[in-house]
Design a binder for this molecule. Structure first.
Ligand SMILES: N[C@@H](CCC(=O)N[C@@H](CS)C(=O)NCC(=O)O)C(=O)O
Length: 232
């Protein structure tokens, strides 16, 4: 059984998509990041960066003590290796998946995240910051669109690279992007979104939380962090 420490955000959707795709038994442990659950010592013990998602595998392949993993990219790699699914064994095909997984982790996710921050959440609407991140998100959409011109999925067959990127394209409207401008990306987005496992992952998010994550109350908690406030 895998414990999934979860809240209803794009990085966590990556993992519920994987779980729903594979049918690996899992149990969701809600970590309400709007209420500060991410700072509880028991959560920090498995996720020292005070962020969801994180997992604990109580049945690791080596038969040893439970294994905990934080960072959604590391979790996807761990689970893909555990199950032998959605990450090819072949050297070259595997490398395609890891390259695009890291591209999402280092590029699309953080840049779209900053885009959300300055476009939607920041109390002051700073034109320079909004322009910078809307344009950078737009550039990254262009990269993905070109990548998808000659293939159905990002890295060969449907893989953890697709599961990582989909949740960061889903909020395209709040990122100031139009899918009409990216025809290959639009086609891919439709294909992935129609997968029953993806639909189930998003449906279960609605069962857990339908409230905005960033509110007046949670703003200080989420955006006012510094070393001393997070333990040192
Ligand atoms: N690179 C990390 C980012 C995780 C992350 O930013 N999680 C956010 C929600 S999407 C979070 O838990 N924020 C709580 C906080 O910052 O206190 C990953 O992909 O797992």
């Amino acid at each position: 059984m895998i414990e999934l420490h979860y809240w209803t955000t794009p990085n966590a959707h990556k993992i519920t998509i994987f779980m729903e795709e594979t049918g690996l038994p899992y149990r969701i442990i809600p970590v309400n990041i709007s209420a500060g659950d991410q700072f509880k010592p028991e959560f920090l013990a498995i996720s020292p960066n005070n962020c969801i998602p994180a997992i604990v595998d109580h049945d690791p392949a080596d038969g040893g003590e439970p294994i905990s993993v934080f960072e959604s990219g590391a979790i996807l790699l761990y689970l893909a290796e555990k199950t032998g699914r959605f990450l090819p064994r072949d050297l070259r095909r595997r490398l395609e998946v890891t390259k695009w997984l890291f591209w999402q982790m280092a590029g699309l996710g953080p840049m779209a995240g900053q885009n959300h921050h300055f476009s939607v959440y920041a109390p002051d609407k700073l034109p320079y910051a909004i322009d910078r991140y809307v344009k950078e998100t737009n550039r990254l959409y262009g990269v993905l669109n070109r990548r998808l011109a000659a293939r159905d999925f990002i890295a060969g067959d449907y893989s953890i690279a697709d599961m990582a990127s989909y949740p960061w394209i889903a909020p395209y409207a709040r990122q100031g992007q139009k899918l009409e401008d990216f025809s290959n990306l639009k086609r891919w987005f439709g294909t992935v979104g129609k997968r029953p496992a993806v639909k189930r992952a998003y449906a279960l998010a609605k069962d857990i939380n339908t409230r905005p994550i960033v509110t007046e109350q949670s703003r200080g908690l989420l955006f006012g962090q510094h070393a001393a406030s997070t333990g040192g």
